[in-house]
Unconditional design. Structure first.
Length: 320
């Protein structure tokens, strides 16, 4: 079972890398109590994280409304468990939001359009489920299920933030297809056993990955037509994660990586800056196109960094 889990995590890393886981004697107001509780949660979780320093941090995702970021972090030296954390863009006030979910390996947090919820994938000993939690760590909810023992992986909220796109594959093998769920209705979008990571654009278009070569993880972006259930390949689109109407392409040089802003037809728009690392993962940009976030490779500590586009300055959100 551990071998299967490790293989799935390896597939996960490949698919997102370089295309490659709360009273005092005087009564206080409810808002003051809520603020005090949030501060208490943040401080205790941050202290816990500091005590476990040195474990990889991955999967950064920008909050679309406020200046915060979510990511997942391994919480033991054996890398057998990971939890979801939230922090400011400079790494301060970090706290864990998945405390109510005590089991599994939590990966790839995704903010809802209103910035109030975080969805993520929880890999278990058998299967994987999609979960959602409020920004304060409350309101843990299990999302849609296709099969009880299969693997579900969250990809993208829909525009209204009431439904979500994800991909699922059976336990027998990695043959994924894309789905959409809203309320209790689950709709299967593809049926070819090689489609993953459906993502909704700001303009309401749906893109998916068609896996051409699983062993080396070669995938082509496709535009999905919900009316006909057909797809159109966008072979020049190289970036992995879509934000609004853009994505980021990473070009590796001898000892650096240059980030290029792409539109969703695969046209290069402009160079955003270079960093002194190779093998970066989870590269994406915020809605205002001001910051590029990424995590370094495991060889470079799997730290989460923020590149300020206007100045070229790099801020370390996490340090390992």
């Amino acid at each position: 079972m551990l071998e299967i889990k490790n293989r799935l995590v390896a597939i996960l890393i490949l698919s997102i890398s370089v295309v490659s886981c709360l009273q005092s004697p005087k009564q206080k107001s409810s808002s003051a109590l809520a603020k005090e509780q949030d501060t208490s949660i943040a401080n205790s979780s941050l202290q816990e994280k500091k005590q476990k320093k040195g474990t990889p941090d991955l999967g950064p995702n920008f909050n679309p409304v406020v200046s915060k970021i979510a990511y997942y972090s391994y919480v033991d030296p054996k890398r057998s468990a990971a939890k979801i954390f939230v922090s400011n863009l400079d790494g301060s006030d970090a706290y864990e939001v998945s405390t109510q979910d005590s089991i599994g390996f939590h990966t790839e947090p995704k903010w809802s359009p209103n910035g109030k919820k975080i969805a993520y994938t929880n890999f278990l000993e058998e299967g994987a489920r999609m979960m959602a939690v409020n920004i304060d760590g409350n309101g843990l909810t299990e999302l849609a299920t296709v099969t009880e023992d299969g693997f579900h992986m969250f990809s993208s909220w829909d525009l209204a933030g009431k439904g979500y796109y994800f991909f699922h594959w059976p336990k027998e093998g990695f043959t994924p297809d894309a789905y959409h769920a809203i309320d209790e209705k689950v709709e299967r979008l593809t049926n070819n056993g090689r489609t993953n990571r459906p993502q909704m654009t700001k303009g309401g278009k749906l893109y998916v990955n068609r896996i051409d070569d699983l062993e080396n993880y070669v995938a082509t972006k496709q535009l999905f037509d919900p009316e006909t259930k057909s797809t159109r390949s966008i072979p020049n689109l190289e970036g992995e994660f879509i934000t609004g109407e853009h994505t980021i392409k990473a070009i590796e040089n001898d000892s650096t990586t240059t980030f290029i802003l792409e539109d969703l037809q695969g046209n290069d728009l402009r160079e955003l800056g270079s960093i002194p690392y190779k093998g970066t993962m989870f590269t994406s940009i915020d809605l205002n196109l001001e910051y590029v976030v990424y995590n370094t490779s495991f060889d470079d500590g799997a730290e989460i960094h923020l590149l300020e586009v206007a100045t070229g300055k790099i801020k370390k959100i996490t340090k390992n």
